[in-house]
Every structure is written in C-alpha cells, then in structure tokens.
Design a protein. Structure first.
Length: 447
C-alpha cells in the first residue's frame, strides 16, 4: 500500500503544532493543580489583534493578561490548559460559547464534567492517564477528538458523536483491529484517524493493518497522519470483499433498526405533545394487569378453560374495537393540539408585527430629531464648539427650539408606548379567551 506523507494538510482546521506534538514524548508535567477560577482566567485564549502584533512582547503580554481578566466566561470560545498539571476536570460551568478545549499533557484520569459544553467542536485530552472513554455522550457537535497517549483498552463511549471528522487515539492499549474498524463504520463523516502505537497496529504488518482499516473505512482521507491513496482503498476493499458483504448487510439492518426507532420516538413525542402518552400500550396494560387477566391466565394453566378458538376470537375482536377508539381519540386530541399551536403562532406573529411597526415609527422620530440637533450642534458628543456656543448665545432661540422639539419627541414616544401597551393587552386578552376555549374543548374530549 502506498501512502503519501502529509502532516500539514490534515482537515478540520487541526493546527500543525498539534500534529507534531502528538509524536513527541510529554515533557515533565507540573505538580497536581486544581482547575480553579484563577487558572481558568490564565488559560483563556485571546486571539492576537493587528495592533498587538506591532507592540513589544512585554507590552503585548501585559495587554493580553489584562484582557483575560476582563473577559466574561460565557463569551469565551477557547480554553488551553496544556501542561498545567490538572488532575480533575471541573469548574467549567457557564462557558456557553466554548468550542475548543485543550486539556492535553496533564494528570487527568477520568473524563467528566464536560457534557454541558454542548457547543464544543474540538477536544484534546492527549497525554493524560485516562483508561476509559466516558462522559462525552452529550457533546453531539464534536468534530475533532484527540485521546492520543493514554491507557484506553476499549473503544467505546462515543456513539453519539455523529459529526466526528478527526479522531486520534494512537498510543493506547487497543488490540482488536476488526472490532475497532467495525465500531468506527458508524461515523460517516470520519476523514482522519490515528491508531498508530496501539497493539492493534504494532502487532500486524503495516500492509495488513492499513488494508483492514481502509476496507472498513473507505472514506478516510488521512490514516496515521498520512494521506490515503485512492488505489490503496480500492485494493483493500477487493481483498476483504467477502467479509465486507457480511458487514455491509449488518450495517443495513442496523440503519433500518435506527430508522424505525427514530420513527417510533417521533410518534411517541407527537403523542406526548397532545397528552396521549402511553395510548399505544394501553390495551396490553389493561388486559395483562387486570383481575380478569389473572383469572384467565389461571384457567389456562389449569386446563379447565379451553380458549383455543373462542377466547382468541373475543380477544382479537375486543382489541380491534379498542384500538379503533384509541385512534379516534388520538386524532381528536391531535386536532385540538394543532388548533392551540395555530392560535399561539397567530398570537406571536401579531404581537411581533405590532412591536416592529411601533419600533420603526419611534426610530424615525428619533432620527428626525437627530437631524435638527446636528443643525444646531454638529458635533457628535453633544458639546458645542466655541463658535457654536457663541452662535447659540447670540441667538438663544435656536437652542430653545431644539429643547421644544426634544420635549415633543418625549411626549410622542410616551404616547406610542401607551398605545402599544393597550394594543398588547387587547391581543393578549383575545388570545387568552381563544386558548381557554380550546382547552375546554380538549377537556371535554378527554371526559
């Protein structure tokens, strides 16, 4: 197999210094450190500006340190805790916009307290002491995950990371290459994979290892930081074609199972939204949990009651009638739900349109006043120059006229605010009346 070396063109915005770092032994790590607020502020990444680039290094560092202290946590997009010695992931609550998190080269033993970082795209946990992949199930936006050089023995815990594009898990303790390749087939967006340094890599000849991986993951662009050759992929698929037929059939069955599961989940969500949760299993619960069901079951076990025909026919007939009533009830509840949704949508649109109209009118009045103000005081800060002050002193009527216009503007804005409030109250009152009527109809349907 022929793979072209390429360490600088890895997709998904992976930095070149990151790649070079992965093949280097970690430096002496600092003593165990607590991830507290002071450390967080030190590790906030502040992108350089053009002005900072022109400053001296000392001034630039001071400016960045000062800027880090002022940044609000909920505005931070990148945190870099490399080589800080932290042993536990904690205290990262409130970073709503965080998209990149570097925790490499530390003493971390467990992946935890990250699931709330729902916007995270890039996560680096390389060169730590992690033995199990866990705590990542809610990071459904993650595209780049690095677990290089840890103590991981089983590939698991990343099933929900569907957007994953780059996955580095080299230099761990993964052994079964077939299981790994099958597991990673579910990641349709995966383009970069690193497994080098695991037993599944070192115990096989390079050609065999690469052929197995590429046969299962034919969309890879980079394997172990080397560009994948299209001919190598074709040869690998041909070599493993018999095995792939079985695997692809399993994939199809799994995809169909997931499709049906999604449909079922959506149907259940729709039923819950119209207060019909559990309707699909209601018949079975009534039949299986009732006193009569226990009596019938006892008759069956004793052999006294012959249910081979009549009981089955009665059961089927009763079930058909019951399910028809359930469908009628569910349909009526769904119609009521649609009516309430439409009423709420009309209410929101009417309220939004009224607010936008008043906002436009108010902005127009303010702009008109600003034009008149500039004629008297052209300066933007509102403080007249010496010449303007002298002109106003000579002709005070200009300033008095401006004050009069300001008073009129204030009165007009207050009047519009009052009118708007009255209009809002009328719309809300009508909405409440209509919505209450729909609720009463829903209750009548249930009863």
């Amino acid at each position: 197999m022929h793979l072209a070396r390429c360490f600088t063109c890895i997709p998904c915005a992976r930095k070149s210094f990151t790649h070079s770092r992965l093949d280097m032994p970690p430096a002496d790590k600092p003593a165990f450190t607590v991830l507290d607020e002071a450390l967080i502020k030190q590790c906030i990444y502040v992108p350089p500006s053009a002005i900072e680039e022109d400053k001296k290094t000392r001034d630039r560092d001071q400016a960045k340190a000062s800027q880090k202290q002022k940044v609000e946590f909920h505005e931070v997009e990148c945190l870099i805790f490399s080589f800080t010695g932290i042993s536990k992931i904690a205290n990262l609550v409130g970073f709503d916009k965080l998209t990149k998190l570097q925790l490499d080269n530390n003493n971390i033993t467990k992946i935890e307290n990250l699931n709330h970082l729902s916007n995270l795209i890039w996560l680096d946990l390389s060169f730590n002491k992690i033995s199990k992949i866990e705590g990542l199930s809610e990071l459904t936006q993650l595209e780049d995950l690095t677990l290089h050089c840890n103590n991981i023995e089983v590939l698991e815990g990343i099933d929900n990371l569907k957007p994953l594009k780059c996955f580095s898990i080299g230099k761990n303790k993964l052994e079964n290459l077939d299981d790994i390749a099958k597991y990673l087939r579910k990641f349709k967006n995966l383009r970069m994979l690193s497994l080098a340094g695991n037993p599944c890599h070192s115990k096989l000849q390079l050609q065999i290892y690469e052929a197995k991986v590429l046969a299962h993951l034919s969309k890879l662009k980079y394997l172990d930081y080397r560009l994948v050759d299209a001919k190598a992929v074709a040869n690998a698929k041909q070599e493993h074609r018999e095995h792939l037929v079985v695997v692809e059939e399993q994939d199809k069955k799994e995809e169909e199972r997931q499709r049906l599961e999604r449909i079922q989940q959506q149907e259940q969500a729709d039923l819950e939204s119209c207060n019909c949760a559990g309707m699909t299993v209601l018949f079975d619960e009534l039949i299986n949990d009732g006193t009569e069901a226990k009596q019938i079951q006892s008759f069956r076990e004793s052999g006294v009651y012959d249910d081979t025909n009549r009981l089955k026919e009665a059961y089927t007939k009763y079930r058909d009638v019951f399910e028809e009533k359930v469908r009628e009830f569910t349909f009526r509840m769904q119609e009521h739900k649609k009516g309430k949704d439409e009423e709420y949508r009309d209410f929101s649109e009417t309220l939004g349109a009224a607010k936008a109209e008043v906002d436009t009118e108010c902005k127009y009045l303010i702009k008109q006043f600003e034009k008149q103000k500039k004629l008297v005081m052209p300066r933007h800060d509102g403080h007249p120059t010496e010449e303007e002050a002298k002109a106003i002193e000579e002709d005070p009527s200009r300033l008095e006229s401006l004050r009069g216009q300001l008073k009129t503007l204030k009165e007009n804005l207050l009047e519009k605010e009052t009118d708007q409030q009255e209009a809002y109250e009328a719309v809300i009152s009508e909405f409440e009346t209509n919505y209450t009527t729909l609720q009463e109809e829903t209750i009548e349907t249930i009863s």
